[in-house]
Design a protein around this ligand. Structure first.
Ligand code: GDP
Length: 609
């Protein structure tokens, strides 16, 4: 039982250190706090001793220390106790990189484009990245050896271009899944002698999902056997109509091997980026994304950061994902130490307290305490999220979001065993019309559900639908990690129906099993024509006529069925409660043994989440 809390006449007691003791000062009547405030911070605001708060909470049954982060409810409670009005201040959100919008347009200056190269394996992504880097470093400024830091910059006609140096869409999507938007232009590489292949299509899906302009680079034109017409056709079918055909997509023919056509590609990038009118404000505290990060034995955590807004300076204090630190040393892609990094520039830094993850967002703070608190809070949030599993979408959640009017578009990835059904399902899904909600099939292809599907789903908040295809164990695990809902169907009608119901907020109810009771088999009677009758004692709960039952022998379920008959003495019984004998038969099962446990259960509808 709680005792009234003594607030007055506090005497410094033994163990109450002098440092912590504060004489009663003017009365605090109003405070504001930010999420994650600790006991000692709150005590300071309230002009109390931490020990008073600890004591108060102890009496309310809560054990805390001076470093415990308090939740809102507890803070309200403490403040009520002290008669102090309390308001919560919204915390600084390091997730938001949208502050480029908050910049005054007159502060915005042109920045260089950031480019990602994607395409089918062996079509020459790495060779192209190397070729661009080499040609430009040779006739580039200071020469020097280019370091691999995950991104590099080259100068073309006096303008800088930033290339992300991890080819392939895995890196691209996993960064996007983490919320990083680090690409302004995607180059899709296609080998002239091989044409459009499955990963080419995937790469295009990813680029489209990210709504980034695409340039097609037809590589290996030095090799015989190129069929440009075929590639143009295939690309046009995928929605990338070449400029030569009156479309909007630039196609560049080149050879990463001989270097032919590379300058033309670089100039095409300049053209596309000019249209994009990319801008940032270099005169503010920096923010951006992590491109790569690793632990170096000698130097500790090393991270490549891409500055996306502001200027990063040596000595800046920053929060990176759930990490925190100070830029102790900063080097560029040539390994030169630098003091400042402007927008679109990749730099390698040391000085973080931990290794962040590629795709994490970073932000510079002017206040070390704030930065540290935010990093702590974010690592806590991360731990909680990991505990709970990811927060991505399931059909049930979508259904709820639609009902609440919070959702206008549902992204779906369709995988099927044959092209015909993939196409049919896509069309059927996109035809569903429900009020303001629309279905957007972002990928519909033939084949097993793959990791790439899961990453795309994660990056685009999509649901994966499989028709006569199944994910393997690795993919299933990945989906669990990412919190992706995989729905498997054999019949198109079922899928369309379920989707429609979800969109109407009418998803079929979810059933949960509820155990009604258990009985123990004491005696057996075999009766011809009837089968085995089990004489039982109900040991827990009750048995109910027609209930579903399972027979448990030595802890293992040996059969699941339903009750055939349920009798008390010679009479049919509706139900038999604990402590009573009964006789019963089980539908389709005569092999009952003495000491078997009969467990009765039913499936009960549960409200949707
Ligand atoms: P990635 O898997 O897309 O990164 O492809 P790579 O860059 O590793 O290239 C795959 C293979 O194609 C390598 O053996 C390269 O030497 C070769 N290759 C790349 N570009 C060209 C090219 O323009 N012409 C020729 N003939 N071979 C090339």
């Amino acid at each position: 039982m709680g005792r009234p809390v003594r607030r007055n006449n506090k005497k410094p007691r033994k163990g109450n250190t002098q440092r912590e003791f504060k004489p009663r000062a003017e009365l605090v009547t109003k405070i504001a706090y930010e999420e994650g405030i600790t006991v000692s911070e709150l005590a300071e605001k309230l002009n109390k001793n931490s020990s008073d708060i600890i004591k108060l909470l102890f009496m309310l049954g809560k054990m805390v220390t001076i470093n415990t982060n308090l939740d809102d409810e507890t803070i309200q409670l403490i403040c009520m106790e002290y008669n102090v009005e309390v308001t919560k201040e919204e915390a600084v959100d390091a997730d938001s990189l949208e502050d480029v919008d908050l910049d005054d347009p007159k502060d915005l200056l042109e920045r260089s484009p950031i480019i990602t190269i994607m395409g089918h394996v062996d079509h020459g992504k790495t060779s192209l990245l190397d070729a661009i880097r080499k040609t430009k470093v040779v006739d580039g400024e200071h020469g020097g050896i280019t370091q691999h830091i995950g991104a590099y910059q080259v100068t073309v006609n006096g303008k800088k271009l930033t290339f992300l140096d991890t080819p392939g869409h895995e890196a691209f999507t996993s960064m996007r899944a983490r919320g990083a938007k680090v690409t302004d232009i995607v180059i899709i590489v296609v080998a002239a002698d091989d044409g459009v292949m499955p990963q080419t299509r995937e790469a295009i899906d990813h680029a489209k999902a990210a709504e980034v302009p695409i340039i097609v680079a037809i590589n290996k034109i030095d090799k015989p056997g190129a069929n440009f017409e075929k590639i143009y056709n295939a690309m046009a079918d995928l929605g990338l109509t070449p400029e030569e055909w009156g479309g909007e997509v630039m196609f560049c023919k080149l050879s990463a091997k001989t270097g032919e056509g590379i300058q033309n590609l670089l100039e095409s990038i300049l053209v596309v980026s000019e249209v994009q009118d990319l801008k940032a404000n270099p005169n503010r505290m920096a923010s951006g994304s992590v491109i790569e990060a690793r632990l170096d034995k000698g130097r500790g955590p090393v991270a490549t950061l891409l500055v996306q807004n502001g200027t990063l300076h040596a000595g800046d204090i920053l929060v990176v994902g759930a990490c925190f630190g100070k830029v102790r040393k900063m080097t560029d892609d040539r390994g030169r130490e630098i003091k400042d990094a402007k927008p679109s520039m990749p730099v390698e830094i040391i000085g973080l307290n931990d290794v962040p993850v590629a795709g994490d967002i970073f932000k510079v703070f002017d206040n070390e305490k704030k930065a540290r608190a935010l990093a702590d809070r974010r690592s806590q949030v991360k731990i909680d999220a990991e505990r709970k599993g990811s927060s991505s979408v399931s059909l049930e959640e979508l259904s709820k979001a639609i009902e609440d009017g919070n959702l206008q578009e549902i992204n779906i990835i369709v995988k099927a065993d044959v092209q015909g059904s993939a196409e049919a399902i896509k069309q059927a899904l996109e035809r569903i019309e429900v009020a303001t909600v629309r279905i957007n099939v972002i990928r519909s292809t033939v084949g097993a559900i793959s990791e790439s599907d899961i990453m795309l789903a994660s990056a685009s908040n999509a649901i994966v639908m499989g028709f006569n295809v199944r994910p393997d164990a690795v993919v299933r695990r990945k989906a669990e990690e990412e919190g992706i809902d995989i729905r498997l169907y054999n019949v198109i009608y079922d899928a369309v129906n379920e989707m429609e119901s979800a969109m109407k907020g009418l998803l079929a109810p979810v059933y949960k099993e509820v155990v009604l009771g258990q009985a123990s088999v004491r005696q057996l009677f075999r009766v011809t024509k009837v089968g085995t009758i089990a004489g039982c004692m109900v040991t827990d709960g009750k048995l109910v006529r027609d209930a579903k039952v399972r027979i448990i022998r030595d802890g293992t379920v040996v059969y699941t069925s339903k009750l055939g008959t349920l009798k008390r003495f010679q009479n049919d019984a509706k139900e038999v409660a604990a402590g009573y004998d009964c006789g019963l038969t089980i539908d389709g099962f005569n092999d009952i043994k003495e000491n078997d446990v009969i467990e009765a259960f039913e499936d009960r509808e549960v409200p949707q989440v």
